[in-house]
Design a protein around this ligand. Structure first.
Ligand code: ARG
Length: 271
């Protein structure tokens, strides 16, 4: 069994975080508290540092409240990045800040063809020699050939059927190269069958676990950083030999994003 070890992440300081518009069913404008969010985010950063992860920070633009969700901005491998293109106009202004950050930090930037939408690590997982891509709400099917070409892997599209699980990282979580958690009802029957065929140890989340954002966790080695309150999931993970590290990113969940969405992995190793 192989585990991933995160070495370096990119996160965005949530100076101007708020919920201003509605582009997923979680969002209720005016509900998030910017100060509380900042405290929660600082704690998450501390947790990463304690786990030995190098944390890089980008500053938030004033006009882009969802810019805090660093995972959605693109996917990075080695020193190349495929920059996202957001489905919703409300989020498109975020990309220029990340583009500048990647360029200042010597990443080779790849761009999607015109009118093709893709939302980065929120929407896909590298898993063994495959890429799982969530489709249905945000990414376009036309992303597939681009991903295949840039990252040289087979892309498996997974059809999401419920808007609450609009991004792949809300209801699916690979634990290691054998074991993956998912919430079956978030996906079509055909997608469920594909996953059952491809994944040797496919485990189910309960609805309570996905609605508690337990699926939106960050895994490094044998540690799982997850939203607090997910007691049943913590037990399952501990039984599998993982150490759980609860955090509270509740303010961000009011915008439909948890710990995984706040974190873009820049470097990891497989051991
Ligand atoms: N409000 C943001 C949106 O709907 C939340 C994004 C959360 N990101 C994620 N990877 N699930 O786009």
């Amino acid at each position: 069994m192989k585990n991933k070890l995160i070495k370096k992440v990119l996160v965005c300081r949530p100076t101007y975080f708020s919920v201003d518009y509605v582009i997923n069913p979680w969002m209720k404008p005016g509900t998030a508290d910017t100060e509380v969010a900042m405290k929660q985010w600082k704690h998450l950063v501390q947790v990463y540092k304690k786990l030995g992860i190098e944390v890089n920070t980008i500053e938030q633009g004033e006009d882009v409240p969802d810019m805090v969700f660093a995972a959605d901005q693109g996917i990075v491998q080695d020193k190349k990045v495929l920059l996202s293109r957001f489905r919703h106009r409300e989020r498109r202004g975020e990309s220029k800040y990340y583009e500048a950050w990647f360029s200042d930090n010597d990443y080779k930037i790849h761009y999607l063809p015109e009118n093709v939408f893709f939302e980065g690590n929120g929407e896909m997982y590298f898993w063994n020699d495959l890429i799982f891509l969530g489709v249905g709400y945000r990414s376009s099917d036309e992303t597939i050939p681009t991903l295949q070409k840039i990252f040289d892997r087979e892309v498996i599209p997974l059809q999401i059927t419920d808007p609450r699980y609009y991004h792949l990282d809300v209801a699916m979580l690979p634990l290691n190269n054998q074991t993956v958690f998912y919430y079956p009802h978030a996906y079509t029957l055909e997608t469920q069958k594909i996953l059952q065929k491809k994944i040797p140890n496919l485990l189910e989340f309960s609805q309570e676990e996905v609605l508690g954002f337990g699926g939106n966790s960050v895994i490094t080695d044998h540690h799982v950083v997850l939203q607090k309150g997910n007691h049943t999931l913590e037990k399952k993970l501990q039984t599998l030999g993982y150490k759980t590290v609860p955090v509270d990113v509740g303010e961000f969940i009011k915008s439909g994003g948890g710990a995984h969405c706040l974190t873009n992995v820049l470097k990891e190793t497989v051991e």
